[in-house]
Each structure stands twice: as C-alpha cells, then as structure tokens.
Design a protein around this ligand. Sequence first.
Ligand code: GAF
Length: 384
Amino acid sequence: MGAQEVRDGFAALYGAEPDGVWAAPGRVNLIGEHTDYNDGFVMPFALPHVTVAALARRTDGVLRLHSADVPGGPVELRVDALAPGSDKAWTAYPAGVVWALREAGHAVTGADVHLSSTVPSGAGLSSSAALEVVIASALNDLFSLGLEGWRLARLCQRAENVYVGAPTGIMDQTASACCEAGHALFLDTRDLSQRQIPFDLAAEGLRLLVVDTRVKHAHSDGEYGKRRAGCEKGAALLGVDALRDIPYDGLGSALARLGDEEEIRRLVRHVVTENERVERVVSLLESGTPRAIGPVLTEGHASLRDDFRISCPELDLAVESSLAAGALGARMTGGGFGGSAIVLTAQADVPAVTKAVEEAFTTAGFTPPRTFEAVPSAGAGRLS
Ligand code: GAF
C-alpha cells in the first residue's frame, strides 16, 4: 500500500488529513544470527517491504490506533494509562513505543494512527520492528524530539522487551531505522557503531532470494528466551560480560573450561564462530568478492541447525534443495523455528533454484513456500 492510499485511509477513518506519512522497512539478516544479545556483530539489510503509517499529533492524551490489515475500528487508549504486559494484540507494538518514549521523558501527548504493511508477519522478516520504528520515526518528527536512528532503535527495543514482553536484541530495530539502499549494515551491537557496506549483488550477476517457508514463529514464546538465557549462563560460567568477549582463537580453551555443560558449549560455539563469520563476510564484500560469501552463509546455517538448534525441516529443506540446484550459499535468517531462508545464487540460476525449492516442498508435503528477490533498500523515513 502506498503513501497516498494510507493518507486517504486516514482521512476516511478520522475525517481529517494526517500531519504526515512515514515508512519503515522489514529486514533480512545476511549473517550474524543470535549474536545481538551477546554484544556481537550483525549484518542485516532493509527490504523493500515496508509498514506505512499516517499520523496526526494530539495534545489531549488520547492514542487511537488502526491498521488496514486488521479487521475492526480504531483502538482507543490513554497515553498515561499505558502499562507493560497489558496488551496481547498488535496494538502492543505501537502503544509500547509511545510508552517507551514517555518513560524516557519525551512529552508525547497522543496521536491518531492509521497504517498498513507489506512486511510478511511471522516470516522472520521483522514485521514487529517495522511497526515499532515507523511509529517512533513519526512521533520523533511530530513532537520534534530530535532523536537519532540508533536512539529510536533502542527505545523500540525497550518497547518490545518490556511492553510486549519479547526478549529480543537490537538488530531488527536498528536495521529498520538505519539501513541505506544498496548497502548492508555492519553493526557492532556492543556500542552500536555502524558501517554501511556496499552490497550490490546485481552488478556481480548475483541475486539474493528470500524463501518464506510459511512456518510461523514468534519471539515471545519460550525457545528464543531459552537460547538467550543459555548464552548468558555461558558468559557467566566463562567470567565475561558477554560471549562477544570470547575471541575466536580462544574458543577451544573456553569450550574446555565449560566441561560437561554440553548444551552451553554448543551455544557458545555458535555465537563465537558466528561473530567470526560476520567479520569474514565484511572483508569478502569489502574486497569485492561477493560470490565467496556463499560458503560462509552455508556454514552459518549448519551452526544454527546443529549447535544453536533453531532450524526446522522446512528451513533445512530450503537450504539443501537450493544448494543442490546450484546456489552459492544458503541459510536460515532471523530468529528461527520457522520464518525465512536466504539463498545466494547466480542470476542465471534463479529459475532453476526457485523451481527446485518448490518441487522439494511439494515432494515433502510442505505448504508451498513464497520466494522473492531481496534488494537492499532504504531505512525508515518520512514519505510526505
Ligand atoms: C530476532 C530478534 F528480534 C533479533 O534481535 C535477533 O536476536 C534475531 O532474532 C536473531 O539473530 O529477529
């Protein structure tokens, strides 16, 4: 849905023009999975799929939220009555952002909101972050808060962690707020320092496909939190602030120190090797050899499947069938337990790879996947 349609939807719903229209994208993560809550490295890029929101500022403490994608009229709340954990519906994300801004001392006095999204939900493509960031960006402008992208991302993460109750890291919100078209974002989640890495696969005759397995996942259920807690336990046992502090060449001795803590050893091994893979991908891209990242992506999948144990049969099949059809590399992306895989392939092989994945899903009796090409797109901003 475009800016004009959302603007028109707002006018039809609330009987007045909005003050503006904003957009924030979903993301795919190229490499660096489950490293963000370990103070490690990630490398997402923004998708062309966006959440578009029209907003008007209010000064009477009322917050009205409406989505064109959800049946029913606007939900009306009072900003001074927002309380963490009180809302289990989609409205918890935008309301949580208002709560987090106000909790941080920003005078947000209400708004009317109408929005619509093309980011597939539950597909591991950060539909929640797109929803949070579009609201934060709009309120930042409407209330002249002057907050930078990384700060908005932190507040959105707080909304998700505390208000919604999902213990996620900082990657998705930062990707949605800070990515640039034609680039992947190399982010150090310890200090939020960033580097935009040129990522123009088309110029090299390459394509990156997203295979949405249609297996839905959610981070507020227990498995994500269990992995996070396991990583924190690993860091505590090893006497470091976060697993980021275990260097790659110190992995062997760290694993030895963990003794018979087999589950923790696997989590630690994934995080430490994944940070190294992010650094390897950055240097391959910066040295102009993007084809060479393929095997690194595939290594990352094996680590998530075997050590972190968050893959599922559909993700494994997407990876295996695309590689068998000639793809250069493939891996699951995002939080896991469903969602999407990414596949790096030569442009000429896109039809064969897509067909092979579809046929493999049919043979296995799985729901047909949805495959599309991911083009690195712009981060959040005002459309009109
Ligand atoms: C989800 C979370 F929201 C991110 O913070 C990150 O941990 C990711 O899973 C795994 O890399 O998208």
